[in-house]
Design a protein around this ligand. Sequence first.
Ligand code: SD4
Length: 324
Amino acid sequence: MKRRHFLKASGLTGAALSAGPSVFAFTDFSKTKISGKPNPICVATWNFHKASKKAGEMLYEGASALDSVEQGVRVEEGNIKNTTVGNGGAPDRDGNVTLDASIMAPSGECGSVVYLKNIAHPVSVARKVMEETPHVMLAGEGALQFAIQQGFKKQNLLTEESEKAWKEWLKKKEYKPIINIENHDTIGMLCIDEAGDIAGACTTSGLAYKMNGRVGDSPIIGAGLYLDNEIGGAVATGMGEAVMKSVGSFLIVELMRQGKSPQQACEIAIKRIIEKNSNYKDFQVAFLALNKEGEVGSFCIHKGFTYVKYQNKENTNTPSEYYI
Ligand code: SD4
């Protein structure tokens, strides 16, 4: 609509126009305010039930959503059997374990680290970036230097097993993303606490045998993680490049703002990726969303993705709906 027509249609006169900036107030597209709040709830990608239990129990003891997501995902960061997150994560093709993580608070504040080496809990470094610096993201050497200044201890994250698997990979050096790697992957988590506030975190060692320097979606606010305390949140796992190109988590939150359910929003985001990537059959992407009413949705390209939910002191693992 041309500006003149808009003014006419909205009944604004010259007198009103000169009355001051209030006549230019934005149209209110916000979702109807959510009534009531759900019981505390934690959802996380894959069947990371120990992580969701940790966060869920904290929520029911009265912890904040922010503390709960941080402590929840730390469970997997510290699990050396998990070769996709934190300590024990698969290295890049040159043998470096480089970690990416992000965290977002109900206030909209957020922090992230990318290409962080030798620190087992990148999510906690991301939280320090959020709370102790004027920045959102720190990378590589600078992120490591900051972590050490904050008291984090350097350690070798390449376990014997991961090194063995990497050396095996070196024989062929075939780079092929593995769909549903060992049935688990990046951990993305969203929690709503007793006050009804939502927080989220996402942490990963990224794609196994990636190029040195490659960073995925998990530490990119809007891609691997996004939330708005008025609406809800979303997290992603799978092929980070496809998630980044669609700014998937942001898209989902904005769709929920427009009134879509978490399930509908996740389906639209996956549809977008399928439409824009003709090779979509070759990789997995999964989204998980939670709105402020406690409704959960998830959708993925390939069968196999599951998510875990902790609510009312019970952990449940649910297979996601899928496209293929
Ligand atoms: C990444 N999304 O770095 C992350 C890791 C992952 O399958 O989920 N890989 O792209």
